[in-house]
Design a protein around this ligand. Structure first.
Ligand code: SIN
Ligand code: CO
Length: 378
């Protein structure tokens, strides 16, 4: 992707300018970002996904009648478990649709001017008239693409957000909108994290949320320490604490300072290898989602000769200066193989003429990925 080229998707600015001016900073409303957009899945197909136990879905019902309030239920939902279409005020939200539908995956790829390590998934919501999830704040960035019908958005910065008590959703009690507009199919709204918003359907409405993942510091510390601990098992496993200098103690419950020092050394040694940290991060960031299964081939090897390869839409592949990561595994890579593998990760495909240039060792790897169902020969 040419990141300097102005895109209709971003209202005539380039990805470079968008990232500088808007990303994590301020909203952007783009009218007709995708002119003539038709829903990539119809309502029945979305409902079918919501019935699948491998798909995460939620139902939010807003009652305004005799017993007003919000109800939240988690899927899977049989079609009959959803309220009637004639009933106003409900929303079905289906997470990770990009994993199940090629055209939705292709739509998400249009946003790959943001690193894959940040891109999360496409959620699709279907709402009946007046449906919505209430005024709220998300902790992640989002592009909200209107795919069908109309939705009225009210958005605003919220200095001191207060959440409503006793409801199953995070709903603001003190939402003060600063802007209000009605979006139509093809319109796109970008919101940075922490920006309050409330979208209310005007008639039947489908909205696609291109969502991002924001790793938490504590989450990364936990994941990386866990991986470093496994490395330590191999490298430091048999090194024992020694205390030939230990003197007799009259306070037996006190932990010896030399043991604290020994523990400190152990930690320092596992963190010393910067490659181990980078490797752990790449493995973690490319870990497939929990509900992802690949269909392995019923063969031990496939021959790559003459084929180009294409990553499965569920495959996560990234790289850093020294490694290639794919679906939670890491490989050291250098030279021409590394350049070709990086191209595969970036383009999500590699032409036959490039596959041919891989070393025998790299071909064996790629063939193994094909057997695992991580990529396909085309
Ligand atoms: C929706 O699609 O109804 C909710 C999207 C959001 O407000 O984050
Ligand atoms: Co939201």
């Amino acid at each position: 992707m040419d990141i300097t080229q102005a895109l209709p998707l971003l209202g005539g600015i380039s990805p470079q300018v968008f990232m500088k001016r808007h990303w994590q900073k301020k909203p952007l409303l783009v009218r007709q970002a995708l002119p003539g957009l038709k829903p990539l899945l119809d309502r029945a197909e979305l409902f079918e996904l919501a019935a699948d136990e491998d798909v995460q879905s939620r139902l939010v019902v807003h009652d305004t009648g005799k017993t007003p309030g919000w109800r939240l239920a988690h899927g899977p939902f049989a079609r009959k478990a959803l309220p009637p279409l004639k009933q106003a005020g409900w929303t079905l939200l289906v997470q990770g649709v990009d994993l199940h539908d090629e055209s939705v995956h292709a739509l998400m790829n249009q946003f790959r001017f943001v690193p894959d390590a940040r891109l999360d998934d496409v959620m699709i919501s279907y709402a009946t008239d007046t449906g919505g999830v209430g005024p709220h704040i998300d902790s992640y960035d989002v592009f909200l693409l209107q795919a069908f019908g109309r939705r009225r958005w009210r958005i605003g910065r919220q200095k001191r957000p207060v959440l409503q008590d006793g409801v199953p959703l995070k709903i603001l009690t003190n939402f003060v909108p600063e802007q209000e507009f009605v979006v139509e199919p093809g319109d796109l709204l970008y919101l940075p994290p922490g920006y309050a918003h409330d979208g209310i359907a005007e008639g039947g409405c489908m909205t696609y949320s291109i969502g991002f993942r924001i790793p938490k510091k504590a989450e990364l510390a936990r994941e990386l320490l866990q991986r470093l601990a496994e490395d330590a098992e191999d490298e430091l496993g048999e090194v024992l604490y020694r205390d030939a200098d230990q003197s007799a103690v009259d306070q037996p419950a006190a932990i010896p300072p030399s043991m604290i020092e020994f523990a400190q050394q152990a930690l320092q040694e596992v963190m010393l290898d910067p490659q181990a940290l980078a490797r752990g991060l790449g493995e973690y960031m490319t870990e497939p989602k929990p509900n992802v299964w690949f269909e392995a081939l019923e063969t031990d090897t496939v021959f790559l000769a003459g084929s180009s390869v294409q990553l499965d839409r569920r495959t996560r592949m990234m790289f850093d200066a020294h490694h290639i990561f794919i679906n939670g595994e890491s490989f050291n890579a250098g030279g021409r193989d590394a350049a070709l593998m990086r191209a595969l990760a970036n383009e999500r495909q590699l032409a036959a003429s490039d596959v041919k240039k891989l070393t025998q060792q790299a071909k064996v790897l790629v063939s193994g990925w094909a057997v695992a169902g991580w990529l396909r020969l085309v």
